[in-house]
Design a protein around this ligand. Structure first.
Ligand code: ADP
Length: 409
């Protein structure tokens, strides 16, 4: 997918989403750990209260005394030993032992308040009539106390989040800077190719005029070199510009249904001179004359011209033989272009379709090129909803497999 100038980078969007997800996760986690802290606090408070009740009378607190009175009478809370000063002293000591240094309130009730209010702790005391009474321990400042204990954790979490966000922002900024730089280079490259086009066309026209007007120059070898090399340069420049147009999306396909054989024949004819020079041949095999394809005639012709041109460029010592066959298959038409050239190592088969990728091995230096022909072919076929693959064939050579779907309904 191409990143358009001015659009939000998908990586930046993904980073923002990642940070938001991290913040959400941290919030959930902090809520959970606050609940855990509270539960821990409650447990410690309850343990302190239970120990106090047990220590206070060695169980006497919860049983009838000799006079038959309950120590837990509800109608007279003041009589209850749970509220005398030694009980409070004992409770304060126990709370300190459990690291709770907070003001508290004690109440008696017939119901267990801690079931209704999570901030309370209740210890049951059986009363004389067999019912349960409860001593409830309440901490009015408990929430602030628990939150204060979490302060360090919250601060550390915020710092880590800020750190991660800053790193992601910096990485994105560097990436966008690189992308802008790359885009500038690509624009420069395309503009330069564009500027080369007119002088090259003029050179071509001038050499044609020279050979036409001066018969003596018609077979001049120097002029032939100029014409041939000019033709090569023009083809390279066209390739750069076509790929740029494809990538910028500023061109539309002009699809039509047409017979495949004449198109391939015209490609083979265009390459006839180069073929002759290398003593090669293009064989159009098993292509039914009635076989039609749906697509943009000009761009598809360019695709096959690139494939034949490559087969010629990357030929081995043997005279190049390029076999083109085509057949109608399930959802479209399959066209095979086979050559007997140097072949493409299997591990490079995927990479040769990437822009500027040229094989690192083989007889490369003698062949000029930008590594754009196959990238262009792939883009054109993708626009047709088709595809192109390549495989190495034994004993040598490569086979390009082009698929063009039927006309969509
Ligand atoms: P260019 O030919 O300008 O380098 P292409 O995109 O057409 O760019 O091809 C990419 C690379 O794939 C070539 O550099 C070459 O290494 C390899 N390649 C393409 N076609 C063939 C072929 N028929 N046989 C062997 N290698 C090939």
């Amino acid at each position: 997918m191409k990143w358009k100038k001015g659009a939000v980078s998908p990586i930046l969007a993904a980073s923002v989403l990642g940070v938001l997800a991290l913040i959400a996760f941290q919030l959930v986690w902090m809520r959970y750990s606050r609940r855990l802290s509270e539960e821990l606090f409650n447990q410690r408070a309850c343990m302190a209260l239970c120990s106090t009740v047990e220590n206070y009378g060695g169980g006497a607190v919860c049983n009838k005394n000799d006079s038959g009175e309950s120590c837990c009478r509800l109608n007279s809370a003041d009589d209850n030993p749970a509220f005398d000063s030694s009980f409070h002293a004992n409770l304060t000591e126990q709370l300190k032992f459990y690291q709770i240094d907070l003001g508290y309130k004690l109440t008696l009730s017939t119901e267990k308040l801690c079931e209704k209010h999570p901030y309370q702790c209740s210890v049951s005391l059986p009363t004389e009539n067999g019912e349960n009474a409860f001593i409830n321990l309440v901490f009015p400042e408990k929430e602030a106390f628990v939150l204060q204990k979490m302060n360090i954790m919250v601060a550390a979490t915020i710092l880590i989040l800020l750190f991660i966000s800053a790193i992601l922002l910096m990485a994105n900024w560097a990436l966008m800077k690189q992308k802008r730089l790359l885009q500038t280079n690509v624009d420069f490259f395309n503009n330069m190719a564009h500027e080369f086009r007119t002088p090259l066309t003029n050179i071509g026209l001038a050499t044609n005029m020279l050979t036409r007007k001066h018969e003596i120059l018609q077979n001049n070898p120097f002029l032939e070199v100029i014409q041939r090399e000019n033709g090569k340069l023009q083809a390279q420049v066209e390739q750069v510009l076509q790929l740029a147009r494809l990538e910028n999306g500023d061109f539309t396909l002009q699809p039509e249904t047409f017979a495949l054989l004449p198109l391939l024949q015209s490609v083979a004819d265009d390459m006839a001179i180069q073929m002759e020079e290398k003593n090669g041949q293009v064989l159009l095999e098993t292509i039914p004359a009635t076989l039609t394809v749906w697509g943009d005639r000009t761009h598809l012709a360019n695709v096959f011209r690139n494939l034949v041109d490559n087969a010629l460029k990357y030929s081995s010592d043997a005279p190049p033989v390029i076999r083109i066959s085509a057949a109608s298959i399930a959802n479209g038409v399959e066209i095979l272009v086979k050559d007997n050239g140097i072949g493409i190592p299997p591990d490079q088969c995927e990479h040769v379709f990437k822009k500027f990728q040229r094989m690192r091995e083989g007889n490369l230096h003698t062949q000029k090129g930008f590594g754009l022909g196959l990238a262009y072919a792939k883009s054109v076929l993708q626009l047709h909803k088709g595809h192109i693959k390549v495989q190495n064939i034994s004993p040598n050579g490569s086979q390009f497999d082009v698929f063009l779907p039927h006309k969509p309904h």
